[in-house]
Write a protein that binds this ligand. Sequence first.
Ligand code: ADP
Length: 506
Amino acid sequence: MPTTQTNKGNPLMIQSEIDALRGKVLTPRNHFIDGCTIPSNEGRTHDVLSPIDGQVLTQIAEGTPCDMDAAIASARAAFEDGRWARRAPSERKKILLKLADLIEKHALELAVLGVRDNGTEITMAMKAEPMSAAGTFRYYAEAIDKVYGQIAPTAENVLGLIHHAPVGVVGAIVPWNMPMMIGAWKLAPALAAGNSVVLKPAESASLTLLKLAELAVEAGIPEGVLNVVTGSGRVVGETLALSMDVDILVFTGSGATGRKLLEYSARSNLKRCYLELGGKSPNIVFKDVTDLAQAAKVSAAGIFRNSGQICVAASRLLVQADIHDDFVAELVENAEAMQVGDPLDLNNHIGAVHSLSELDANLEFVKKAQVEGAELQLGGDQILKDTGGYYMAPTVMTGVRSTDTLFRNEVFGPVLAVTPFETEEEAIQLANSTEYGLSAGVWTSNLSRAHRMVAGIRSGVVHVNTYGGSDLTVPLGGVKQSGNGHDKSLHALEKYSDLKTAWIQL
Ligand code: ADP
């Protein structure tokens, strides 16, 4: 490959520079507590495997309850003495803007590090991880000195002031897909609002967030305000969620863990829990779609990019019966053209599945769907086994019925379930017949139908004549069992502050 090859969409990415970074030996990583890197108190570590080749990448600290308690104590002390919370919003803004600059300065290094850790194709990772995280810190930095309190319309002899007060210590638990993007969605508004944070990354994707915490201190965020503890969810995650000293929990991950967090909250201090859980998002194509070819191309990308490991992936295709065969053929053609392989090669469109256990689970879903009567149109198998990494072909299954496992359960892999429908009412009914409600897509040239679909589909976002596009100005959150609360937009700031009333007799 020529060393000058760049990715058109992002001139920062040059293959030779990516290749230089991919070989970098990574020293074992510790927790980041109170501004210092600290090993596990029992000295234990665990291996981090790269999904690119299945080889050991490095080790990270295997956190203990004691490590987590130390991080929480550090965050609590930082909050109580006001070293961050009592700074003027304009000062916090300056520091967070500096952090955004530092993330951007280290963008390629962070993107490659993240890809080695979690397997996302670099073209997507660069945009969705460091660059998106930098943008998120900038957005909330710029917002925070424009948030005003209120004066209540009281009688003349009293003054009712409504303040926004930081909540205190925020516990943030994030998953392995897009850790920087999702992490920043939580850290940036939490820090901008003056809180201290303890972050628990996924055990298999902690490296970029540990680096982010170092950059935060370099930018000027005081020690103890942002702490990162690595290790298992069942040990350090549970300790964080059960702590009496953590005021709110913000989480992205599975429904099963979300349920546990609510339980831990009930068993401890009733801390507020904001949960962004899974999805099984319907992407609905009507026969009056304006541009079938474009819809098929975007729909393929909507499920297959990042090997389908995106919570809003368009994993259920509902297509009107009249165009079913044509649309599926076009979509399969697009999927076949998407090259799967080494996620650090700019030529590839789809990288690795995150882990062997995820890959096995994906393959199991395919087998089960076949047993239940679905037809395999494309893929369905592990590929590139000789690399030692975890790769799966884009998979398309037709004839999936609304009662089937593949229709109802989130795969979190490159597996598309296709179901035909006849009428608009049936499309809405099918769209709503899972326990999830995160994202949806509608393709139609009929404006009134588009509005009816937006109103009828129960989900946090409905895309019309596109899929997956978004920016920071709009909220992302689920309804039903996809969760509660919202990341992104000015609304996210509401989670990270309490309303506090001052009632003053004049
Ligand atoms: P995924 O299927 O995306 O791995 P999980 O819910 O298992 O979803 O993991 C998301 C995050 O939740 C990870 O950081 C993980 O370590 C953490 N986690 C898992 N189990 C628990 C638990 N019992 N308590 C707290 N955190 C947990």
